[in-house]
Design a protein. Structure first.
Length: 690
């Protein structure tokens, strides 16, 4: 058969295949009549099969993987298809084979917004033919017929090429089916440049696409990385007996920024109700001068869109936000959807609250805790649509006044569908808004809130204190499918939570938890002055601070002996200077032969920066151990020496091999934070680079 005849025959077959495919039942991998042979499945990452978007930040690369194969021994071509959400045209990136019918391709996420991605595949007829030809020729078999078949495929491709490339392919087809020696024609057929051209011009006959288009939501850096500092503005240093205002609080901004924080989080700044106002230490009776809990929102001066008059005016707050921005700080506001009995909503919209049989409104409870000063909203009210839109308007009100970060109080006590709607609505208009979920609740509820759109989530980190607890939990957060949608924010303490470890461990315990939170997590936070001053006094048998700032103005003596401000500054400087600490997914735990010591490393996505942490979990006693560092994974030869530079104490050590000795005395410093430095390839000794 001539080459031209072979071309005609294959063209006819191609037309028939197209007609058969057109008549096939829908669904490339489903039941029904369908001649297509390729299977595409298990495209990852995907959250709940693609029902919810994967989360990343601008500048990251999404590692897309899929399974794609066909029957028999035929090769397949697998392509990652991607586009900005809403774009009309798709871009394509060839996927590379990993073995075992698994494929991978990177998707660069350059800008904020949503991207869509899917995977398509089809039988690689030329690649299959080329492989068979190679094996037959290597075995010394006659491949004259196979060369004619290849000539036909190249001729078909010429018909799909542009004019310039078509002529070259037609000449190649003629040579493959010509009179040259078999060795010369085989060499031409196996030329890699020809394979590249043929893959590009593949007919895509029998193409199959994954059943679902997946989405990745790309947000700004603060969604992934940031150090949070919580402060009650009314407790800022001032000469006022009733508490400070925003101008007083602004005087603390330089010090907070100098410690290296990026987010300053304020509890509610709104008017506080007087009815059932709580007194110091959550007592039921308040004296005339007691300020009450900021979470009992609303009074005669206004509600969620107003500022407490003792703090200043709305204009004062806007000036405070601008001053924070000048110091490199973003203001995060507490978003607490609840009201005091004195909130204007209670009179204007009594239908938005749940009533008892006697007609009174039911206050909030979390038995045995009672919150007599707070009314929760009734999200099952018949007027739910008006309620939802009003609650959304609270967020947009503060966005219009310069706030782009919200810490959401107890979101697990409100409907899932409400949060899915509200976050999508707000981010559609303001895609740079960040929502932090403060949901200390059941794991599946926390996870669902994250899937629905919360940018970050509080975690159980506070209650994970042993080596096993920390290793298991942080591995789950950073290495399991959870990492695709749930970004942890590791708060070391909060106004509500003073863990027993901090109550009994003293200053070393605070340093330990600081290092763990700030280096295990790309996002972490502290409840500021209390943590700086290592405040460990709690009511016996509870995690409640004595003289809690939630119920009274505290006069903090920020320069009191024993504060850890300088150590906080060093840790945050390390986070700023070392990209490895700005991501979660590169966390890997290391072997260390002492259960009181925990060790782990983080490497930046480009592999250029590695930080190693070793932390003593016992705040009372010194411990020593041998640490195993898998140097082969870091590109270090067995006989190569390398330097570890401690960012907390500035000491430098020369290590060699995988096993090295460490000792940590918590009363000196309970942690090492090493940056790995390797010798530069110069003749000068001790010339290191990152």
């Amino acid at each position: 058969m001539s080459a031209k005849a072979a071309v005609r025959r294959r063209s006819a077959g191609k037309t028939a295949a197209k007609k058969t495919a057109a008549a096939a039942a829908p669904g490339p991998n489903g039941a029904g009549l369908d001649p297509r042979r390729v299977i595409v499945q298990n495209v990852q990452p995907a959250v709940n099969g693609g029902r919810f978007p994967v989360k990343r930040t601008a500048g990251e690369t999404l590692d897309v993987r899929a399974e794609a194969f066909t029957d028999g021994h035929d090769h397949v071509i697998v392509m990652l298809r991607h586009r900005r959400a809403g774009a009309s045209r798709w871009s394509e990136t060839p996927m590379r084979a990993l073995g075992n019918d698994e494929w991978q391709a990177p998707l660069a996420l350059e800008r904020e917004g949503a991207y869509e991605y899917t995977v398509s595949a089809w039988v690689d007829r030329f690649g299959t033919w080329r492989d068979e030809l190679s094996r037959k020729a290597a075995a010394g078999q006659d491949v004259a017929s196979e060369l004619l078949e290849g000539a036909a495929m190249v001729g078909e491709a010429a018909a799909r090429a542009n004019a310039g490339e078509a002529s070259a392919l037609e000449r190649t087809a003629g040579r493959l089916g010509g009179d040259a020696s078999q060795e010369e024609r085989v060499a031409l057929a196996l030329d890699e440049a020809l394979e590249v051209r043929m893959r590009a011009l593949s007919s895509r006959e029998g193409l199959v696409e994954a059943q679902r288009v997946l989405t990745v939501r790309v947000e700004r850096e603060r969604a992934r990385y940031g150090a949070w500092y919580e402060m009650f503005p009314r407790s800022a240093p001032s000469g006022r007996t009733h508490g400070a205002n925003f101008d007083d609080a602004a005087k603390r901004l330089p010090a907070i920024a100098a410690m290296g924080f990026q987010v300053l989080y304020l509890p509610p700044i709104h008017p506080i109700g007087r009815t059932h106002r709580k007194g110091p230490n959550n007592t039921l009776k308040a004296s005339p001068g007691d300020p009450g809990s900021p979470w009992a929102i609303g009074g005669p001066e206004g509600g969620h869109k107003a500022v407490h008059p003792d703090l200043g005016t709305l204009e004062d707050f806007v000036r405070f936000v601008a001053a924070a921005r000048e110091h490199g700080l973003e203001i995060a506001l507490d978003l607490a959807y609840q009201c005091s009995p004195d909130h204007p909503y209670v009179k204007e919209h009594p239908e938005w609250f749940r009533h008892r049989p006697d007609g009174t409104i039911k206050y909030a409870e979390n038995p045995p805790k009672k919150y007599q000063d707070i009314y929760p909203f009734d999200f099952e009210t018949r007027d739910w649509q008006a309620l939802w839109h009003e609650l959304k308007s609270i967020v947009t009100h503060w966005v219009d006044h310069g706030v782009k970060v919200f810490r959401v109080d107890n979101p697990h006590t409100k409907p899932f569908r409400f949060w899915q709607w509200l976050i999508a609505e707000v981010q559609r208009e303001h895609p740079d808004v960040v929502f932090l979920s403060e949901a200390f609740t059941r794991p599946k509820v926390m996870a669902q809130l994250a899937r629905l759109g919360f940018t970050q989530s509080y975690t159980y980190f506070t209650w994970r204190n042993t080596k096993r607890e920390l290793t298991d939990y942080l591995t789950e957060l950073t290495q399991s499918p959870v990492r695709e949608y749930m970004r942890p924010n590791l708060f070391a303490n909060t106004p509500d939570i003073l863990h027993e470890y901090l109550q009994v461990g003293g200053r070393p315990a605070f340093i330990t938890r600081l290092v763990l939170a700030a280096t295990m997590g790309a996002a972490y936070g502290i409840y500021g002055p209390a943590f700086e001053l290592c405040e460990g006094r709690a009511h016996p048998g509870t995690e409640e601070y004595v003289n809690s700032e939630k119920y009274q103005v505290r006069k903090w003596h920020l320069d009191a002996p024993g504060h850890i401000r300088e150590i906080v500054t060093r840790v945050n400087r390390a986070r700023r200077d070392h990209p490895a600490l700005q991501y979660d997914h590169m966390l890997r735990f290391l072997d260390i032969d002492n259960d009181q010591l925990i060790a782990y490393r983080k490497t930046s996505p480009d592999g250029a920066n590695t930080v190693i942490a070793v932390v003593n979990l016992d705040p009372h006693h010194a411990h020593e151990a041998t640490l195993r560092l898998p140097i082969g994974e870091l590109g270090i030869a067995p006989d190569e020496s390398y330097q570890v530079h401690d960012l907390l104490g500035d000491a430098r050590y020369l290590w060699r091999g995988e096993h090295n000795y460490v000792r940590l005395d918590p009363h000196a410093m309970p942690a090492h934070l090493f940056v790995l430095r390797r010798r530069a390839r110069t003749e000068k000794d001790f010339d290191y680079y990152l």
